[in-house]
Write a protein that binds this ligand. Structure first.
Ligand SMILES: [Fe+2]
Length: 488
């Protein structure tokens, strides 16, 4: 699979139909890194840099046995059938897109200078099957609002045979008092077989073209249960991550942009799953552990990040603390759990950010299909949904909104009783779009059953902060825009 690098001019002037145009740049000096910049490293899944604050970030790395994914392996196409699975006819490492790991060592060198001439170097870390050959480097003491460059290097066991390195870059958040312009994208629900392009979903180059400061992955990063082969063992579950995140377009985005990851049902275990469930020999607990191995993540899976004076984001977890969906609704039934809910209310109320954005794996507003029973927009979790929506109405009526994943259609909804505003990203490809109960004028300000993503741009103008939320199609074309303005 050959990847053709795109030539992008020095500065990215964002093409927008809006007057709100920004000059966000990935780097002050260069075009995005692409496959052309990759010597044959032994990191076939590239890197992911996440959890960035103004002074810290986590660099995710994995040492692989080969420089490239297994493009010649056996492709098992289509949706996985329910019920007993046919046995694999080949070992997992002989499947299309597999990236077997290798034991050895990894380190990272990083600097605000592109030539890395003053780079700091993290110590070599040993990797083994215990962590699926991954290592996450926690970087500290970074400069706010800065593009960092890095080189991740690998070596064989005991440091023998140092391999070629892998280059990437990421942005740190501006200091909480800084009035920087910020742009980010949010996406969700990427199937493998319905990705609509061999090298990765079209939204990846479309998002990269916008030069966002970060991208939020809201969950269903892989589909253990729906995409064949069904992940009924931990080994096949890890293979789902290998083949998805070794796609050239995925690698190219994640080596250039800071990313935050959330999980949902399909990338923990199975549709609408909760703790204690199993799928074949894969347990929910194993699914939680594998997610933590495959994305950069600190201690907590619910967390908040400040991006300058005007923006704070909250990333929540909807799987680890939930009641069984089968429990009757009532005050004890929860998706977030008591601790996460207390943390959310406390930190949202305490924040003095101009705009407060909850990036949620599942909807709070909806509307959803009547038969669903898994999220705060469903009858099955109505008590907690009502509690949260009315709390938001009382506490942050003017400067808060939700961006949600999970649903396979795009919308902007305003909750009829509480006014809570929610943007649904829509799925990562057009082929993955479906399922809407239809346009509902009581909720919808916008509704579209197609793939795409959401981009958000913040800019200061005089005494006001302007925010622009755009629903984009899979190629990045703006389909709908919503603008907000607040005095600062
Ligand atoms: Fe999904």
């Amino acid at each position: 699979m050959k990847h053709s690098p795109r030539q992008i001019s020095r500065r990215h002037f964002i093409a927008s139909s809006a007057t709100l145009v920004t000059t966000a740049v990935i780097s002050s000096a260069t075009r995005p890194l692409s496959a052309a910049d990759k010597p044959l490293s032994r990191q076939a899944m590239g890197t992911k840099v996440g959890e960035a604050t103004d002074t810290t970030a986590i660099v995710w790395t994995r040492l692989t046995a080969a420089p490239e994914r297994n493009n010649q392996g056996l492709l098992i196409e289509g949706k996985a059938k329910k019920g007993k699975q046919p046995p694999l006819t080949v070992p997992v490492h002989d499947l299309e897109g597999s990236c077997p790991g290798a034991a050895g060592q990894i380190r990272v060198r990083y600097s605000a200078l592109e030539d890395l001439s003053d780079a700091k170097t993290a110590e070599w870390a040993e990797v083994s099957a215990e962590t699926d050959f991954t290592h996450q480097f926690a970087l500290r003491g970074l400069k706010p609002g800065t593009v960092y460059h890095y080189l991740t290097e690998t070596a064989g066991p005991g440091g023998t045979e140092v391999h070629a390195g892998f280059r990437g870059r990421f942005s740190t958040a501006p200091a909480p008092t800084a009035t920087s312009e910020v742009r980010f994208c949010a996406m969700t629900c990427q199937g493998y077989h319905d990705r609509d392009h061999a090298e990765g979903h079209p939204i990846y180059p479309a998002m990269l073209e916008l030069a966002p400061h970060f991208v939020a992955f809201t969950g269903d990063n892989v589909y253990y249960d729906n995409d064949a082969p069904r992940a009924e063992t931990a080994e096949i579950a890890r293979y789902h991550w290998e083949r998805m995140f070794s796609l050239p377009r995925q690698i190219d985005l994640l080596r250039n942009v800071t990313a935050y990851f959330e999980k949902d049902d399909h990338d923990t275990l199975s549709n609408d799953s909760w703790k204690g469930m199993e799928m074949g020999r894969l347990t929910f607990d194993e699914g939680q552990k594998i997610f933590r191995q495959q994305v950069p993540l600190g201690e907590s899976c619910y967390r908040t990040f400040r991006w300058g004076r005007d923006l704070q984001i909250w990333l929540t977890d909807g799987r680890d603390f939930r009641s069984p969906n089968s429990m009757p609704d009532g005050p004890e039934k929860t998706i977030w759990g008591a601790e996460q809910k207390e943390w959310f209310k406390r930190t949202v109320a305490a924040s003095d950010a101009t705009w407060k954005v909850l990036i949620s794996p599942t909807p709070l507003v909806g509307p959803d299909r009547g038969a669903k029973n898994d999220n705060h927009a469903n009858i099955g979790f109505q008590t907690e949904g009502d509690e949260l929506r009315s709390w938001l109405q009382k506490t942050v009526p003017d400067n808060f909104f939700v961006i949600c994943g999970d649903r396979h259609w795009q919308y902007l909804s305003v909750h009829p009783q509480t006014g809570v505003r929610e943007f649904s990203c829509g799925p990562a490809s057009n082929s993955h779009a479906s399922g809407s109960p239809g346009e509902d004028p009581a909720y919808h300000r916008y509704h579209r059953v197609k793939g795409g993503f959401v981009s958000v741009t913040l800019r200061r103008e005089g005494t006001h902060s302007h925010i622009l939320c755009e629903h984009r199609d899979v190629n990045g074309k703006v389909q709908h825009e919503w603008r907000g303005e607040r005095p600062v």
